[in-house]
Design a protein around this ligand. Structure first.
Ligand SMILES: Cc1cc2nc3c(=O)[nH]c(=O)nc-3n(C[C@H](O)[C@H](O)[C@H](O)COP(=O)(O)OP(=O)(O)OC[C@H]3O[C@@H](n4cnc5c(N)ncnc54)[C@H](O)[C@@H]3O)c2cc1C
Length: 413
């Protein structure tokens, strides 16, 4: 039986392992903290199939200084990390050219269009079918100008088959009575969904995999290389060595370290996000709310109302600054007047961010037996099942259902 080591037991590694087990591979997952608390555990829980517009876009570079100067703004940059970010930022600005935006949106739409085809069977097979809430999402605006500025993004979504319905503030409040008078415009997108709790998805997938015979090793991968023509080599920091036939690198924001060690120069940054979960919020929402101008969201999860977002570029080693989580909760009260002043649990996680908002899915340029599955940025939960399926297609040497070239690691050369 072909033995595959999957490095990383976040949502992407687990989804890859799920699909590989179904194809009959022997699977070993390696994670330095298998039950830890990474991006996959504490995210907003949204199946954001409507999010096909890249983070960069025409004019985004000009809005960045304003965001950085606003203490409640959506973007933060740790000065000590700024010099290391320059190559990533140059690529980010390039990704905002109109032709690039169109190309990237098509590639994100191709992945997201497959989401439910791949996600529903994976959840069902893992006993998690009841976790999905297909209630759509509501994007709200506090100004006509904000709504007008986003018009091209909604047109782009429509072009890619995403359904939505624009409405006024009163209609939005009829749908979500917890919204206050600040909301003047809204867009309902029925294809979005959310899960009961992303942590339960991770834990459920892991438990199902272990039941089905996958192995789990707690350890940190320090070395990844080629043993010989037949086998690869995975070395752990504690000296253990594994010699598998194939390797999947799904180590989230840490994947860049492993890929670069192999000789694949990827541009991958930690884009840290923050949120606060209110177990007893004193108000009810029926669906995810996206606060468009301020770029954060609120999701009604089984564990409480989760309010979060933010994008902080400070590297993997910087300690979290939970003032960002509190700032988002303060902002949320502007729109959701019933939200309590205090309380709630703050959390932070590292999104694995590429400058073009596209994940890396495909073989290493150095050795096709090593397959990359990382860099999903804001959409890792949404795209996990499809990524897992594509990884299985690659390792089965079967044609993929979509063109994989936009996600190839070679684009960073
Ligand atoms: C605030 C926030 C909100 C978000 N909201 C959403 C959302 O609503 N919808 C959505 O689709 N996405 C969302 N995301 C994005 C999503 O959470 C991520 O894209 C996704 O979790 C990435 O999963 P991953 O498995 O690649 O990485 P991770 O969850 O980070 O897992 C990587 C794993 O690799 C392990 N690892 C790393 N290096 C090594 C090593 N050398 N050896 C062994 N193990 C290693 C780590 O311990 C970790 O467990 C959000 C993210 C954040 C931060």
């Amino acid at each position: 039986m072909t033995h595959v080591v999957v490095i990383g037991a976040g949502i992407i590694g687990l989804a890859a392992a799920h699909h590989l087990r179904r194809e009959g591979f022997a699977v070993t997952l390696i994670d330095r903290d298998p039950e830890g608390d990474r991006a996959s555990h504490g995210n907003a829980g949204v199946i954001a199939v409507t999010e096909i517009v890249p983070a960069s876009g025409p004019g985004v570079a000009w809005r960045v200084p304003g965001w950085l100067l606003d203490p409640l703004g959506p973007l933060a940059l740790r000065p000590a990390h700024a010099p290391r970010l320059i190559p990533w930022l140059i690529r980010f600005v390039r990704a905002g050219r109109p032709r690039e935006v169109a190309r990237i949106a098509a590639a994100l739409a191709a992945l997201n269009a497959r989401t439910y085809d791949d996600l529903l069977p994976m959840l069902a097979a893992s006993g998690l079918a009841g976790e999905l809430r297909r209630t759509g999402s509501l994007t709200v605006y506090e100004s006509e100008a904000g709504f007008a500025r986003d018009r091209p993004e909604w047109d782009l979504r429509r072009h890619h088959g995403i359904a939505f319905e624009a409405m006024g503030g009163d209609e939005a409040r009829a749908l979500e009575p917890a919204l206050g008078p600040r909301v003047v415009r809204a867009v309902f997108a029925p294809q979005s969904a959310h899960v009961g709790d992303p942590r339960r998805i991770v834990e459920g997938l892991r438990a199902a995999l272990l039941r089905e015979g996958a192995a789990m090793i707690a350890g940190e991968v320090a070395e990844l290389g080629v043993q010989d023509a037949r086998a690869l080599r995975v070395g752990l920091t504690d000296g253990r060595r594994i010699v598998p036939d194939r390797v999947v690198v799904a180590a989230g924001a840490w994947s860049g370290l492993l890929a670069r060690r192999l000789g694949d120069p990827v541009l991958l940054e930690s884009e840290r996000g923050y949120n606060t979960t209110f177990p007893d919020p004193g108000l009810a929402l029926g669906r995810e709310i996206v606060f468009a101008e301020r770029k954060f969201v609120a999701t009604p999860l089984a564990c409480g109302l989760r309010v979060g977002g933010a994008a902080e570029f400070g590297g993997l080693g910087a300690p979290p600054d939970f003032r960002r989580a509190r700032a988002l909760a303060t902002l949320a009260r502007l729109y959701l007047p019933g939200l309590p002043e205090g309380g709630g649990t703050a959390w932070a996680g590292h999104r694995p961010a590429t400058p073009d908002s596209l994940p890396v899915i495909g073989p290493s340029a150095r050795d096709r037996r090593i397959v990359y599955a990382f860099g999903h940025g804001h959409l890792g939960l949404t795209q996990a099942a499809t990524t897992g399926r594509l990884v299985a297609d690659l390792l089965c040497e079967r044609p993929a259902p979509i063109d994989l070239r936009p996600y190839a690691v070679e684009r960073f050369r």
